[in-house]
Design a protein around this ligand. Structure first.
Ligand code: NAD
Length: 349
């Protein structure tokens, strides 16, 4: 019998190839909806997770981060980088892998690529937040920054929030053309635009997903009318923000984990006593999300470990009974657990 993902001696490994095959097997919009449900379910049990701001190692050109968490039964972490200069060298800005382990034994249960999975979980989280925060009946989204994350964002907002039109803008017109071509035939009205202002015409939701290692001003205050929801994805490092501070002062701000967002999010521009709302409390119904039609809501997304944990658990479930993984021999299994040396000697010729 073929080894199963639960086989103790092996660790199932989901490669990039297998992740692509798995997503197509299930269907990308179903995956996005499933992930949003999985993340929402874990946000509902937020308080029982071990939480810490991610551990970041910064350089002049980027950041490498570890993102750990545990719900007491499973432990997960993601390794992820952010290097805005990479695309010019033919490399991804963001690349990642992650691991899920059993808390009881400490044994790994899953190793997975997470570059695709990060794009999927980030989009699912954004749309899940917008379900609670965006104006009811929103159908048009401006998508500013048309790089690697952008199509995933657009499709998640279609599948989860009912968006029917996306208005694309990027300072690199090639990125907009790429995004528009990828979204063709996917059931969205796709409108390429030549400025941020044009992209925002008629949009009830504005997603910013740009990459620059600096405090950029992708949106200025005069661009933002009342009643919109802003989904700010790209400001996710110290010194790397996308919105003018005045927009923050006019918005009700929702965050994942405040100790991390104060370091990495748009709110690093604000005084530390500025009120922010934790998204999990909206999801559990403890505090309201959108209260009225004029309110500007802002999801200051930086990406939190629980979203990766939810995504890894989803993948572990999804590969059961499939061939979308390989078995990795990454655990020693000596006949006598204390005879590790004896196990080594067995392979001596
Ligand atoms: P990418 O490099 O593939 O794409 C970024 C795009 O932004 C590029 O096409 C670039 O031309 C465009 N851009 C740069 N400055 C711009 C400007 N002023 N106006 C309009 N467009 C501009 O990067 P990506 O993988 O799509 O990631 C985008 C951002 O999202 C990164 O900063 C990344 O760190 C962040 N991110 C956040 C999360 C999260 O959970 N919040 C998750 C993944 C990625």
């Amino acid at each position: 019998m073929a080894p199963q993902p639960s086989d103790l001696a092996f660790v199932p490994f989901v490669s990039v190839d297998n992740m692509m095959a798995l997503v197509h097997h299930i269907g990308i919009e179903t995956v996005l909806r499933d992930l949003a449900n999985a993340i929402e379910a874990d946000f509902k049990r937020w308080e029982l997770f071990d939480k810490t701001p991610r551990v970041a190692s910064h350089s002049d050109v980027g950041v490498i981060e570890l993102m750990p968490t545990s719900d007491g039964e499973m432990y997960g972490f993601k390794y992820v980088n952010g290097h805005p200069k990479n695309t010019k060298e033919g490399l991804q800005t963001v690349t990642a892998f992650g691991l899920l382990a059993d808390v009881d034994s400490g044994y790994p249960k899953l190793l997975s690529e997470m570059t695709l999975l990060t794009a999927l979980r980030t989009a699912a989280t954004s749309a899940m937040a917008a379900k609670h925060l965006a104006p009811k009946g929103a159908t048009v989204m401006a998508m500013i920054g048309n790089g690697a994350q952008s199509e995933f964002q657009c499709l998640a907002f279609k599948a989860i929030c009912g968006i029917t039109e996306v208005r694309l803008f990027d300072t690199d017109q090639g990125a907009t053309a790429k995004c528009a071509a990828n979204l063709a035939g996917m059931g969205l009205n796709v409108v390429p635009c030549t400025s941020g202002e044009e992209a925002m015409e008629g949009a009830q939701i504005i997603t910013t997903c740009t990459a620059d290692k600096q405090n950029a001003t992708i949106l200025t205050d005069n661009m933002i009318g009342s009643g919109v929801h802003i989904n700010a994805i790209g400001g996710d490092c110290p010194g790397k923000t996308e919105l003018h501070r005045d927009i923050l002062l006019r918005s009700d701000i929702f965050v994942e984990y405040p100790p991390q967002t104060w370091i990495e999010g748009e709110i690093q521009q604000l005084d530390k006593d500025h009120p922010v709302t934790e998204l999990w409390q909206v999801i559990t119904g403890q505090v309201p999300g959108r209260r009225d039609a004029k309110q500007i809501t802002l999801f200051d997304s930086v990406g939190f470990a629980i979203e990766d944990f939810s995504a890894l658990r989803y993948v572990l479930g999804a590969i059961q009974g499939t061939n979308f993984y390989a078995q990795l021999d990454m655990l020693a299994d000596p006949d006598d657990p204390r005879d590790l040396f004896g196990m080594l000697q067995r392979s001596k010729h």
